[in-house]
Design a protein around this ligand. Structure first.
Ligand SMILES: Cc1cc2nc3c(=O)[nH]c(=O)nc-3n(C[C@H](O)[C@H](O)[C@H](O)COP(=O)(O)O)c2cc1C
Ligand SMILES: [Mn+2]
Length: 502
């Protein structure tokens, strides 16, 4: 199935799938939308199209990414791991052997070539062009998300810049505090590519902000790609169709032709403003800090543009699934660098950077410690505060199973690593902003080669007896569904685990 062409196509798909509710009641983007959405997200509810946000003639779309099912619908897959498989296929390309291999190789190369964005002459994103005094951000239903927020914030933008030296495009998602009719702050955090582009300019950097894209391109703006890789290429690759671009009206930047709304403008290097406070995905308000000021020179949009938004806050919030998509999609890239990694999990409650659970094929003493340091040296994963390493048979997505091995296999005097390194811009816990402590927990089984006593054998029932009991289960008449019983810990079903917890 072709992925959604644009936001409208996506809304139509969500509606067909029973995944979207239109709210016709007038609702205030000032706090009220947040409370509605927060309840809806935490209940696993639908995407919401607020048709009558107070004070604006533009509908507001929110919670488009709020469940695993919708995230999969966006990518046109059954499971998010299927997206990763597509990337893995290309990453693991070997020199072709024989004709069949060569043809297959060419197809893969073509899928990469087809990922490059294309420029067209016209796009619906420019049906309406407002410049000069006609620019008014107040016309958009921009949300004030939380009571302590400094102002309304644009929360789901794709911010486009070019590296002033190399000309490479970068697209990132950075919140934008509305300052007045034609200016916002730009929340380029210290570790981000957008900020690096800005720091590389001598004077002024042009910026374009796309709002309301097809879901894969919106996702791509949040993806932690290495700086020299254009996020729009990832979007094209994942969609299987290139992103279409048109020339900006007042900037030398190309903008997505299918956007609902585009803000064009510039940022002067030396102009900073107090940005924040803002209730962020950490679950806390981030305090006011100086950030650059974005001057809007043009607003272009569709005739009846839909404004997209997202609320972050205490997890789980809608961004949890953007994060999970990144976790799954980037697994092949992580394994390319650290091949002994079997799987990893960033718990939603760990707000992406606080915790990473990783399973490894352990091959030598202190291997778990090697992997901790690898994580602390790998792209945005380097900001991870705590890394928990388990053996390959442990299901990293089953937190109770992980906890079992952390409890059972760890001697804190031997298996904890306290290190230091860069921390997330928004982490309020470290004494200094941007850097502090790292905790590694080696929960793998140890052996005498790591200086321990002989490690005991783990309890597992024999395969024969398990098969026997599987066969005879109904005969015992215990009345529990056979599926829900399977002895070994990693096969414990969710209902049974809930039972154990009581
Ligand atoms: C909803 C949402 C809001 C975000 N807000 C910000 C933000 O305000 N500032 C920031 O630096 N990163 C923010 N991020 C994370 C960046 O989008 C992410 O790190 C991305 O990879 C940055 O792109 P870059 O590496 O090309 O700079 C946000 C992510 C999401 C999903
Ligand atoms: Mn980037």
């Amino acid at each position: 199935m072709a992925p959604p062409r644009d936001l409208r196509d996506w809304i139509a798909l969500l509606e067909r799938e029973g995944e979207l509710v239109r709210v016709s009641a007038e609702v205030d983007p000032h706090l009220e939308v947040t409370e509605i959405v927060d309840r809806t997200v935490k209940a696993g509810g639908p995407a919401l199209l607020f048709e009558n946000p107070s004070g604006s003639s533009h509908p507001l779309l929110i919670n488009q990414f709020g469940t695993e099912r919708r995230m999969c619908l966006a990518f046109g897959v059954e499971r998010l791991d299927d997206v990763a498989a597509k990337l893995e296929d290309v990453l693991e390309m070997q020199p072709p052997q024989g004709l069949v291999d060569k043809v297959r190789g060419l197809k893969k190369l073509k899928s990469i070539a087809d990922s490059l964005p294309q420029t067209t002459r016209r796009g619906p994103a420019q049906e309406v062009v407002l410049t000069g005094d006609d620019v008014d951000l107040g016309a958009l239903p921009v949300q004030t998300c939380w009571p302590g927020d400094a102002a309304p914030f644009i929360t789901l933008p794709a911010v486009i810049t070019k590296d002033p030296h190399t000309g490479t495009r970068n697209v990132g998602m950075y919140r934008m505090q509305v300052l007045d009719r034609a200016t916002t702050a730009m929340h380029w955090q210290i570790h981000k590519d957008g900020r690096a582009d800005y720091l590389a300019t001598d004077g002024r950097i042009e910026v374009a902000v796309a709002l309301g894209l097809d879901p894969v391109t919106t996702y791509a703006a949040s993806a932690p790609l290495p700086k020299h890789i254009d996020e729009l290429m990832l979007a094209g690759f994942l969609r299987g169709e290139p992103v279409q671009l048109v020339k900006g009206k007042t900037v030398e930047l190309d903008v997505p032709a299918n956007a609902e709304i585009v803000l064009e403008g510039f940022i002067d290097k030396d102009e900073l403003t107090a940005e924040g406070p803002f209730g962020d995905h950490t679950g806390f308000y981030t305090p006011a800090e100086p950030f650059p000021v974005f001057h809007v020179t043009a607003v272009t949009m569709r005739e009846d543009a839909i404004y997209p938004s997202i609320v972050v806050g205490k997890p789980p919030a809608e961004d949890a699934w953007l994060g999970k998509a990144t976790e799954r999609i980037f697994l092949p890239a992580v394994k390319m660098t650290v091949p002994e990694i079997v799987d990893y999990d960033l718990p939603v409650a760990g707000v992406f950077h606080n915790c990473c659970i990783v399973s490894i094929r352990k091959a030598f003493p202190a291997h778990a410690k090697k992997v901790m340091h690898a994580i602390w040296g790998l792209g945005m994963l380097s900001l991870t505060k705590a890394v928990v390493v388990v053996d390959e048979h442990v299901n990293v997505h089953d937190y109770e199973e992980v906890f079992f091995y952390v409890g059972a296999n760890v001697d804190p005097a031997r298996d904890l690593v306290l290190s230091q390194g860069p921390l997330d811009h928004l982490d309020h816990a470290p004494t200094h902003q941007f850097f502090g402590g790292k905790l590694g927990i080696d929960a793998t089984a140890k052996g005498p080669d790591e200086g321990t006593r002989p490690w005991p054998e783990e309890i597992w029932m024999s395969d024969e007896v398990r098969a026997l009991v599987d066969r005879r289960w109904e005969e015992y008449g215990i009345g529990i569904d056979a599926e829900a019983t399977n002895g070994a810990m990693r096969h414990i079903s969710r209902p049974l685990r809930q039972l154990l917890r009581r």
